[in-house]
Design a binder for this molecule. Structure first.
Ligand code: PGA
Length: 246
C-alpha cells in the first residue's frame, strides 16, 4: 500500500455540496496514482461519492456503522448498506463519536468486525484525551487496541488521533511526538499479532499543508487523516501532494 491520505468531512457536505466538492477535487488528485486516497462523507452523500468518484483513484467510505447487519435500530446504517454503495473504508471510533455517543472500545471492536465481514476496511481511531507522558498514553492506547486484536488485521487501518489535537483552535501534534507514538503503536501491534506489521498507521488532528510533510517524514507514519482543512478541495489536494521531506 502507498501512502494513505484521506479526509472525513464530518457533518459537512450535503449531497448537493458533495457533488461540487468532489467534481472540484477529482482532477486535482489525478496525478497521484502512487498514493492511496479516500474521502469519507456523511451517509446522505455516499451515493454522490460513488457517482462522482467511480473510475478515479479516490476511494470513498463512511464515518460510522452499526455493528448489526439489519434489524430494529431506528436511524442506524449497517455495513451491508455501505458495502452496497461501494464503500472501501468505514471509520470507526472517532473521538467525537466516543464523546457524543458514549461509544466504548468493545462497541468499536464490534463495528470493526461488521465492516470486515462485508469486505471493507475499518479505519479505527485511537488516541488519548489529554496531553500526557508517553507511558500514560501507551496505557490508553493499549486499552483501545486490545479489543481489536481478534479482528482481521489485513482489513484495518489505525488512525492515531489525540483528542487534544483535533478541531478548531487546536494544532497538529508535534511531528516527533507523532513519530514516537506511531513507533510504539507498531511495536504493540506486532507483539500482540505477528501479522499486524503491515497495518497502516495514519495520523489525524489539525493536519494542514504546513504540517503534512514533517508528519509524513516520521517513522511509522503511513499516511494522514485530514479534517477541517480538507473542506477546501485545493487544500486537501495540497496535503495529498505533500512529500515526506521538509
Ligand atoms: P481536524 O479533524 O483536522 O479538523 O482536527 C481531524 C479528525 O478528527 O480526524
Amino acid at each position: 500500500m502507498g501512502v494513505l491520505i484521506g479526509t472525513s468531512s464530518k457533518m459537512n457536505l450535503t449531497s448537493t455540496e458533495a457533488m461540487a466538492y468532489l467534481d472540484a477535487l477529482r482532477p486535482m488528485l489525478e496525478d497521484l496514482p502512487e498514493r492511496d486516497l479516500f474521502v469519507l462523507v456523511p451517509f446522505t452523500s455516499i451515493w454522490v461519492a460513488r457517482d462522482r468518484l467511480t473510475g478515479s483513484n479516490v476511494r470513498w467510505g463512511a464515518q460510522d456503522v452499526h455493528p448489526d447487519d439489519a434489524g430494529a435500530h431506528t436511524g442506524d446504517v449497517s455495513a451491508p448498506m455501505l458495502a452496497d454503495l461501494g464503500c472501501t473504508y468505514v471509520e470507526v471510533g472517532h473521538h467525537e463519536r466516543r464523546r457524543d455517543h458514549g461509544e466504548t472500545d468493545e462497541l468499536v471492536a464490534a463495528k470493526v468486525e461488521a465492516v470486515q465481514r462485508w469486505g471493507m476496511t475499518a479505519i479505527v481511531c485511537v488516541g488519548e484525551e489529554q496531553r500526557a507522558p508517553l507511558d500514560q498514553v501507551v496505557e490508553a492506547l493499549d486499552r483501545q487496541l486490545r479489543p481489536l486484536m481478534a479482528s482481521d488485521v489485513r482489513r484495518m487501518v489505525i488512525a492515531y488521533e489525540p483528542a487534544w489535537a483535533i478541531g478548531v483552535g487546536a494544532q497538529a501534534a508535534p511531528a516527533d511526538w507523532v513519530g514516537r507514538v506511531h513507533t510504539t503503536i507498531r511495536a504493540r501491534l506486532v507483539s500482540a499479532r505477528p501479522d499486524a506489521g503491515t497495518v497502516p498507521i495514519i495520523y489525524g488532528g489539525s493536519v494542514d499543508p504546513a504540517s503534512a510533510s514533517a508528519l509524513l517524514q516520521q517513522p511509522c507514519v503511513d499516511g494522514l487523516f485530514v479534517g477541517r482543512q480538507a473542506l477546501d478541495p485545493r487544500v486537501f489536494a495540497a496535503i495529498a501532494h505533500a512529500s515526506p521531506s521538509i
